[in-house]
Structures are given as structure tokens and as C-alpha cells.
Design a protein around this ligand. Sequence first.
Ligand code: SF4
Length: 365
Amino acid sequence: MAGVYLSFPFCAQKCTYCNFASGVFPKELEQQYSAALADEIRLYPWAWTPETVYLGGGTPSRIPPETLRSWLSLIPGCPWTEATLEAAPGGITPRKARAWREAGINRLSLGVQSFIPRELSQTGRKHTPETVASEVEILRQAGIANLNLDLIAGLPHQTPVSFSASLDWIERLAVPHVSVYMLEVDEDSRLGSEILQGGLRYGAGKLPSEEEIVAMYETAVLRLGRMGIPRYEISNFARPGCESRHNLKYWRMEPYAGFGADAHSFDGATRRRNAETAAAYVERWRNGLPPCVEESPAVASEERFLTGLRLSAGILLEPHEWLRFGQPIERFLSLGLLERDNNRLRLTGQGVLYSNEVLQEFLHP
Ligand code: SF4
């Protein structure tokens, strides 16, 4: 069954490391965006019932509860098997949590990133570890116990010791799902472009080394595994049965429909992408244009490698795929970056560390 993604690209502040098309925009744009998004959902020809809903951003926890309720009421299938709301810690109240639960939300993903105040303040985040702990409790009290906490490895001032201290908090809070992302360095974030230009702003001169970042990630794999939260995807860890059903759709190439700015859709054959920024999305709506700006056929065989190999379970290959991708597969098997179990192919622990390089090879074998 398919999933639904709603994008809300509005935030209270722009974090230094963030490379999404999200940010702080005028209230007026947010109001127009809300109307445009409601129209897009309303006009969708619902010929199927979604199994999962995911509200990402941006900071969807800033959506006024009545707006959230009205958007969700336009989507068939409530109560969904999984309905996730992404939230920034700080500002989660018992009232908000109850309103989310009543609107059909049953999973929260908290963008914690770190539990170390110095690392947080350098990125522009304002919460403390105590805020996160008390908000986790508020959510549980409201009946939302299916929680994910995001961490980033590679932040300015971070060390393997401070990263371990963040993992101590994860252990204390005993959540069922954790995501660990490596800091992405590109021109799309302020910190990334500062690093690329050799500057010092935003703590760019205080980054951990690559070896330290790898050590942090490996510590996460080890410690989360010991906590009963094994890795099931390169960046995602869950207690068995608590994997994100919505995100699994992306890696298993199951269909999903995306609504809002920069939202992607996949119907099993074609990929579509909406206008990237909130302003461009609203502009198209005001001019009576469809939100989709790009459409391309999916290249199922290659994409299956790119997405499926991210999963710890790997992928089951057909005989013709062994033939077509034989060369890169053999090379990575001999390098110890891939492993084979009958017809199943998966990344090894070492292969995960070089996943970008490995996955890239299957794009144009
Ligand atoms: S990291 Fe999250 S909260 Fe920060 S700017 Fe990006 S989307 Fe907004």
C-alpha cells in the first residue's frame, strides 16, 4: 500500500548545517502555502487508500493544530498504520501533543541532532537535553510512544566522547527508533559553503576529522545494537518491528504521493517532483499551474540497487541482474564491500562506510 508525504518547509530559524529548501519565511507566504497545499491534496484523484502519512520539512511541529487537522482530514484512510510528524525540540506542549494524536498522528520524529549544548548552540538550535527528555515524556503521556530521535555525526566541536554522551541520552530515553546522519558538506548550507571556502564561521574550523566521524558512526552501530536498536538502513536504527514503514517505501521502491514544495512522488513507473521552494510552489498555485515541475521515468533496475542496497537486508537479485551488474558486483565482493548469501546481495559493515562509492557504480554499470 502506498504512502503520502506532506512538505512544510517553514522553520523558526535556519540551522547552519541545513541544506534543505526550508527556512524562515514571511507569515503571509506560510498562509498562502497552507491554502495551496490544501488545494493540491483536495484535487488529488484518490483511487487508493494510504497506509502511511509523513509530514516533513521544515518544521511541521509549527503547523497550527487546526491547519494540520484540516489537511489530514482530506487524506483518506485515517487511522493510518503510521502517521509521522517531524518536530524540532522546544515548544511541544501536552495540548499540542494531544491535538496531534487526535488528528491521527501516531509517530513523532524529533530533530535533536545532539544532546551537547555547545554543539547545539553553534548550529543555531536552542533546545537542551532536558527539553528533549521532558518532551519525550509529554508525547508518551499523550499516547505517542513511537518516537524517532535524529543525531548528526560530524558537527563543529563534536568529538567521539561528546557523541558518546549523546548516545547515553538515547539510552536513557529508550526510544524505539534512531537516525544517525553524517554531516553533509555542500554549497546548500551556510556551514557547508564555509567549509568548502576554507572559512571559520559557524564553527567550520572546529570540525572533527573524517576518522573521528567514522568512529562516531561505528560507535553508534555498536552501542545502538547493544541497546536492542540494530541498524536496518545505512542511517536508521530500530527495535525490531519499529522500523519506519513510510521510509521503507522509499527504499523498497513502493509508491508514494508527495504534496507541497519539493515533494516527490513515485507511482511505480514515473517519478515526479514539485516546485522546489515555498515561493515557487505558491506562485504556480496563484497562476493556476500544476505544482509538478519535473517528470521522468524510473529506471527500476538501477534504482533498485541504489535504494535496496541501503537496507541491511539487501536485495534479492534476479539471474539477469547478476549478469548485467556482474562486473561491479564481483569487484566489490572481492574488496569485501559487498557480501552474497545465495541470491541476496548486501553491503558489508565496511561497505556501508563506502556506500556512496559503491552505490554510484550501479548507476551506469
Ligand atoms: S535542520 Fe530542520 S529546523 Fe533546522 S533549518 Fe533545516 S529543516 Fe529547519
